[in-house]
Design a protein around this ligand. Structure first.
Ligand code: NOJ
Length: 552
């Protein structure tokens, strides 16, 4: 089958996400920095990845680790200088790696000069950069906030009014209905595009456009938060405008965080002919496996298959299994026990890198870095975790259960320092790391895996190479096989006369399966076990075995 999907560089490569605070510290202050990334450019190249997305590094009071920007054109000194930034992306370019910038413009920091001025007076020239509810109208109707248990409006005395914040109190929402604000944002994006940035990740962008009558929403609406607070029709006009102003003239792409609440929303964001965004990532499978009870493989398959089918003809998605907002990949979808950590991470990486859609891999997942144990609230610094804790406390809910789930699912699990070697602090810093290093760094680290041909790291490199060498993994059609199988995920990728079969055992025991395609095997392209137990259309996969076969 020939895919009609148009070709583009941002569809073809593998993206690697760097959480700058935790990647590599060059000056011993305990925080990762640009010079640290520069020291590891050869490592990035060795992975075979072709894009880096870095979480925000702009000037910020760091209430939400940089997702609260106080100056969009300045670098937070913690990470270095603008010269360091320039050197870092020049080094990436030299190695064929493009750079994706995180654009946080649903909201700014409350310390941004726009907000400082806007809050001080109703006559401020920046007043309409934000959303206001004048106090003489009484209290605004309740609005849910994702981070603030008290709700999404906060009062400021100076101008006797309430301002809106979808996230924390320190993250006031920008008013996209204001053309002046939109122009400011495009100017900021142009500033970075001129510096050589190749793509933008639009943070929380589905919430950018608001109903500015701020209506009373029905009881329980926060369960379907995006439908009520996001995806207003005007959003599409703004994206079209952004496309004309930024994406088209600078030849850059943009990926949306979130894809609306329906498949139609997702298409409306990314279909090529609409000239809005180029790609998006959805959250449906992220919502799976939020508790230690885990998930059902058939649900996992169905979600991926549903989204793939919806995008088979038009539009393009990014695929990810973890990032800075989720627990570690192997803990959520694999098996972090010492016995199975290696093979189950390899299996998940095989899935990620053989699926249709641009793979987004998160730093440390190429090693099988795991969750960290944080049983008490005192250890948490994340505003999201602390906000949730306060809500449970106020509602007198089951705190033991909450802490158990938090320990398993908190995004702080995925923010521990990168494990480079087995020296103190895993070679991340010579100082005191801002966040405790996972004690398993002596076993899980780059230096030891680099030398081992069977390591998670080398398997990751081999998988990236395979994907880079065979277009079938990028543009080939996807077809699910054996849908009801609760143990093994089997699918085909087909492009013209090239056909590959991907088999993934998601269990910790042997799993047998029978498929007609197994009678047409040409050769094994990759496997995380040496032998392949295959005879006459039947195969028995070892625990977490992942194998890709080329089919005649
Ligand atoms: C989504 C980001 O990924 C997350 O880390 C952040 O806290 C919120 N948006 C608010 O910007």
């Amino acid at each position: 089958m020939k895919s009609e999907i148009s070709r583009a560089w941002w569809k073809e490569g593998v993206l690697y996400q760097i959480y700058p605070q935790s990647f590599k510290d060059s000056d011993g202050d305990g925080f990762g920095d640009f010079q640290g990334v520069i020291q590891e450019l050869d490592y990035l190249e060795s992975l075979g990845i072709s894009m880096v997305w870095m979480n925000p590094f702009f000037e910020s009071p760091m209430v939400d680790n940089g997702y609260d920007v106080s100056d969009y054109r300045a670098i937070n000194p913690r990470y270095g200088t603008m010269e360091d930034f320039d050197a870092m992306i020049a080094g990436m370019k030299k190695r064929g790696i493009k750079f994706v910038l995180d654009v946080v413009v649903n909201h700014s920091s409350d310390q941004h000069k726009w907000f400082q001025s806007a809050r001080s007076s109703r006559d401020s020239e920046y007043r309409d950069y934000y959303h206001w509810w004048p106090a003489e109208k009484g209290k605004p109707p309740h609005r849910h906030s994702l981070f603030d248990p008290e709700g999404g409006w906060d009062y400021v005395e100076e101008s006797d009014s309430y301002y809106l914040h979808t996230f924390a109190e320190a993250q006031p929402d920008l008013n996209w209905e204001n053309p002046k604000l939109r122009q400011e944002v495009y100017d900021i994006m142009k500033f970075w595009a001129k510096k050589g940035v190749d793509g933008f990740r639009m943070d929380a962008f589905q919430f950018a456009s608001k109903d500015t009558t701020y209506p009373v929403f029905p009881e329980g609406h926060e369960k379907d938060f995006i439908k009520w607070y996001g995806m207003r029709p005007q959003l599409h006009d703004y994206l079209k405008e952004m496309y004309k102003e930024v994406m088209e003239p600078y030849n850059v792409f943009a990926v949306a965080e979130g894809a609306g609440s329906t498949l139609q929303d997702a298409h409306d964001l990314v279909d090529e002919a609409r000239k809005e965004l180029q790609t998006a990532y959805h959250f449906e499978y992220v919502d799976m496996s939020r508790t230690p009870e885990g998930y059902k493989l058939t649900d996992f398959k169905n979600v991926f298959t549903k989204w793939d089918e919806a995008f088979a003809e038009e539009g393009w998605l990014a695929v990810f299994l973890s990032n800075h907002d989720n627990a570690r990949l192997v803990d959520r979808f694999g098996n972090p026990s010492p016995e199975f950590r290696r093979v189950s991470t390899q299996m998940l990486n095989t899935f990620l890198l053989s699926m249709r859609g641009t793979p987004y891999t998160y730093y440390g997942d190429e090693l099988g870095m795991t969750n960290i144990d944080m049983p008490t609230i005192e250890e948490y610094v994340d505003i999201h975790a602390i906000g949730k804790y306060k809500t449970v406390l106020a509602k007198n809910e089951d705190m033991d259960e909450f802490m158990k789930v938090l320990n398993y699912s908190s995004r702080e699990n995925a923010r521990t320092p990168m494990q480079w070697d087995d020296t103190e602090n895993a070679g991340f810093t010579t100082g005191t790391p801002w966040k405790k290093v996972n004690p398993n760094y002596k076993e899980i680290n780059v230096a030891s895996q680099d030398k081992n041909p069977n390591s998670v790291l080398n398997h990751f490199r081999n998988m990236v190479k395979l994907r880079n060498e065979h277009e079938v993994f990028v543009y080939g059609a996807y077809q699910l096989l054996d849908r009801e199988n609760e143990e093994t995920y089997a699918f085909l990728r087909t492009l013209d006369d090239k056909k590959v079969l991907v088999l993934l055992n998601f269990t910790n025991h042997d799993s047998a399966l029978e498929l007609p395609e197994l009678k047409q095997i040409n050769k094994t392209l990759i496997s995380n076990y040496e032998d392949l137990n295959n005879a006459n259309g039947k195969i028995t996969l070892k625990p977490y075995q992942a194998v890709i076969l080329s089919i005649n």
